[in-house]
Design a protein around this ligand. Structure first.
Ligand code: C5P
Length: 234
């Protein structure tokens, strides 16, 4: 059985803003996602500090380059001791295999590695018209997930709406990490393929990634608890 959890996307632009946000959590130690904005602003310092405070970390840098470059970048990242990181499945099976090779430490351990299928901000129309991918979103995601599984990855990032078809195609043990979560009574921002924490649980997400509905809430701790309750039922 995969672990299930709510991951907070800490999309802040400085170390100070991030720590001020995390200080609000007195009772819980949420799983934290560090994305490009924060990592490019605060680097390894913030990763180490959040780790030191006892949070699990998903380092969401979405690597996508030639296999050799990704392998070497992953080798550097493997020293950071994060719990999860990722690449774009669009980089091909060879690139994903190289990523695993780079990420695996001499003792054989490594963080979880997942692949981004199609970003949850991408609509099928944009995919067909701008990327010239002549297939449905569903078929593209299944194929990208199968490629990730073939390369030996642990799972994929996809919309919660697609978690079910990924599990069907790749098996229940293959992890689904799903951003694009909104409360029933809130707006979509720039996300397109979205759903609620409750529905994400029903469809089969293993981890939901929630950013603005928590970070921009008047009371982020209460919003986090609402997500946990909806997703984990407790
Ligand atoms: O604020 P919001 O809840 O939309 O944040 C979602 C987070 O998940 C952002 O940090 C975004 O970069 C990330 N993400 C995504 N879609 C993907 C992969 C990651 O929205 N396919």
């Amino acid at each position: 059985m995969n672990a299930k959890d709510v991951i907070i996307a800490c999309d802040f632009s400085s170390k100070e803003a991030t720590l001020e946000f995390l200080d609000k959590f007195k009772e819980e130690k949420p799983f934290v996602k560090i994305g490009m904005e924060l990592y490019y602003a605060a680097g390894n310092d913030i990763v180490k500090e959040i780790k030191r405070r006892g949070h699990k970390i998903f380092l969401d840098l979405k690597l996508h380059d030639i296999p050799n470059t990704v392998k070497k970048a992953m080798r550097v990242l493997s020293d950071l001791d994060v719990d999860m990181t990722n690449v774009h499945a669009a980089g091909t099976v060879d690139m994903m295999r190289a990523a695993i090779e780079g990420l695996t430490r001499p003792d054989g351990t490594r963080p979880l590695l997942i692949a981004v299928t199609q970003l949850t901000s991408t609509s099928e129309q944009a995919m067909r018209e701008q990327l010239l991918i002549d297939a449905s979103i569903g078929d593209t995601i299944i194929k990208y997930a199968q490629n990730a599984k073939e390369a030996g990855l642990d799972g994929v990032v996809c919309s919660p709406l697609e978690a079910g078809i990924v599990k069907e195609a790749c098996g229940n043990e293959f992890m689904t990490v799903t951003p694009g979560i909104r409360f029933a009574d809130s707006g979509k921002d720039d996300q397109v393929r979205i759903t609620t924490p409750e529905r994400a649980r029903e469809i089969g997400s293993d981890y939901i990634v929630v950013g603005r509905p928590i970070t921009a809430a008047e009371d982020p701790v209460e919003a986090y608890r609402k997500c946990v309750k909806g997703f984990l039922g407790k």
